[in-house]
Design a protein around this ligand. Structure first.
Ligand code: FE2
Length: 227
């Protein structure tokens, strides 16, 4: 590996990790989800024979795959009921927004296309473009399986978490429909060889507001000594 590559990788990681930090500030649930997806897809890439470096780069892309969501309004982002048609259209712009931000940072096209196409489907019915099968970059096909596995095994206010086996069955049902069958097969092999594959979920609660201290405020004079 050349020195320029190593430097470029480092610089890209710095940029992507700064964006990941901004996701963490904006939306902790998406941030934690992205961290788990990054781990899953890195394991998948190694299992599929990718080099350590390529697998790590894919994990960095996964860390920011939902970056575009930081620009989606709170009432849509945090809505637990079903989205209206209009809200769904806005939400489905997040891969484009994320890709545009990354283009502006001059990162390698690998990251841009992985983020842009992570909601494309094998049968051509995904978004934002509607690419089909091998038209979708392999990195995005892998990311979409890891992404959905985490959503299935996560608890949300409106749904319970599926077990590993139930999630595996759902992935298999969508193999050749939403997902590349070859990628699903590799992911399922991984699940079957790792007894503790699913990463722990943190449940976040809004911290309680501290009660205001009652009673009169101390007079400013009381802070002045010697008067
Ligand atoms: Fe997404």
């Amino acid at each position: 590996m050349g020195k320029i590559h190593i430097e470029k990788d480092r610089e890209t990681r710095r940029v992507l990790h700064a964006f990941a930090k901004s996701i963490q500030e904006r939306d902790i649930i998406t941030y934690e989800h992205s961290r788990r997806v990054a781990t899953y897809v890195q394991r998948l890439a190694r299992h599929m024979g990718w080099s350590r470096r390529d697998a790590r780069n894919l994990a960095s892309a996964a860390l920011v795959h939902d970056l575009g969501k930081t620009w989606i309004a709170n009432d849509i982002l945090n809505k637990s009921a079903a989205l209206s048609e209009e809200e769904r259209r806005k939400m489905e712009r997040h891969p484009i927004i994320g890709a545009r931000i990354l283009i502006g940072c001059d990162v390698d096209p690998f990251y841009v296309e992985t983020v842009l196409y992570h909601h494309e489907a094998w049968n051509g019915r995904g978004y934002p473009v509607g690419l089909r099968q091998e038209e979708i970059p392999l990195s995005a096909r892998m990311l979409s399986v890891a992404d959905v596995y985490d959503v299935l095994t996560s608890q949300r206010p409106y749904k319970a978490a599926l077990t590993k086996d139930a999630a595996r069955d759902r992935l298999l049902q969508s193999s050749g429909v939403s997902f590349d069958p070859m990628v699903v097969q590799a992911f399922v092999q991984l699940l079957e060889t790792h007894p503790n594959f699913t990463l722990p979920q943190h449940i976040y609660a809004i911290p309680p507001v501290m009660p205001r201290k009652t009673g009169p405020l101390p007079s400013p004079r009381s802070f002045i000594t010697g008067s």
